[in-house]
Design a protein around this ligand. Sequence first.
Ligand SMILES: Cc1cc2nc3c(=O)[nH]c(=O)nc-3n(C[C@H](O)[C@H](O)[C@H](O)COP(=O)(O)OP(=O)(O)OC[C@H]3O[C@@H](n4cnc5c(N)ncnc54)[C@H](O)[C@@H]3O)c2cc1C
Length: 421
Amino acid sequence: MRGRQVGARYSAFGLLRRGLTRRDWPPAWRHHELARTYDVVIVGAGVHGLATAYYLASRHGITNVAVLDKAYLGGGGSGRNTAIIRSNYLTPDGVRFYDRSVRLYESLAAELNFNVMFSQRGHLTLAHNDGSLRTMRWRAEVNKLSGVDSEVIGPADIKRLVPYLDVSPETRYPILGALYHPPGGTIRHDAVNWGYARAADALGVQIHQNTEVTGIDARDGRVQGVQTTRGAISAPIVVNCTAGWSSLVAALAGVRLPISTHPLQAAVTEPVKMFLRTVVVSGTLHVYVSQTDRGELVFGASTDPYPSYSMRGTLEFTEELAGHVLALMPSIAKLRLLRQWAGLCDMTPDFSPIMGITPVEGFLLDVGWGTYGFKAGPVAGEAMAELIATGKTPEIISAFDLARFAEGRLVGEKGAAAVGH
Ligand SMILES: Cc1cc2nc3c(=O)[nH]c(=O)nc-3n(C[C@H](O)[C@H](O)[C@H](O)COP(=O)(O)OP(=O)(O)OC[C@H]3O[C@@H](n4cnc5c(N)ncnc54)[C@H](O)[C@@H]3O)c2cc1C
């Protein structure tokens, strides 16, 4: 089966034909026996692991690849995030990197033959004080220099974009201005995960769910393979794409990461008629909100302040969230929350990812995605695939190497990544 395109092409005509003939769709990806050797083993079947596998196969013809996940595909942050896509970061390295991802997302539905529902509805980061306004201006200038559409706008323009926002000067945290980023928006995260999985599978990549990596074999400074709950696998390249669990998996290879793991929570309301087109973020109030195509309001905040591997929602989060959201939009006070959830975030000291080589040859990192890694899935996958295929670190990720922490070359993104994921 390897290397052969399988599965059905999705199209309106195909939908009609299957509807009329009552034929089932083939599974989007297949089940395989675990082989004892692969050219590349990717640990973690989130957007990063799946995108890396897809670009390895599609751009470089490397298909003897296994993606292993201890649970189910998209069960980590990639199926729990609030799906905000943007590139209005603070550092030139960050802006260039995330902008490439936005561009890949723009053509992803056509490339994967899967509707990922990318909605570039615009993204507003509110400034409630002079310090924030200064950072917004700084970001806008860095963005413009990289060709990214961002500008600082005043309360009147904000009100025009989001009529339900309270922009009056009498509020506890008056809105002084905002960074407006028209190409930003939201996407359907499950569709992205499923689209990459289906396309990678069709090209011959094997996806193994319920397969936990319990050990990494590294001898003489070189990776040899992995131990899993389904037996040992030998492979010359092992890629760590495990986000919230990344420091635990790196430790299996004897690599220490400057990462602490924090829960991040989100919540969603009952659906209402569409009234909020733009994504709205307030760093000062530690809250952001967007409205889905179904009409639900999706809320998020910054990470829980303590390191933990717990994925349970807390009442403290809901109470704080409700208070802060109502300070921004008092008119939604009667809306009911439907559910809340949490995921794990691997936070680095500079709020930028860690990508590339490690002191263990063949053991690669694509981690440190904190609260903002979903949007980076395509560009990270593309760059990691290039690194694996060529043995050379692509320029677009060279600033995010592990060595920067020892050498004092941090890529400080806190001003653009702390709350606005
Ligand atoms: C509530 C919330 C909101 C967020 N909002 C946004 C947002 O709006 N925009 C944005 O860009 N980002 C957002 N993020 C961050 C984003 O979700 C993550 O950065 C991103 O999904 C990480 O993707 P990944 O593929 O690296 O890891 P994950 O999707 O977390 O996948 C890692 C996988 O590794 C597997 N795994 C772990 N250990 C092992 C092992 N030993 N063996 C085998 N498999 C293992 C796990 O089961 C998991 O499936 C948010 C996160 C959360 C929790």
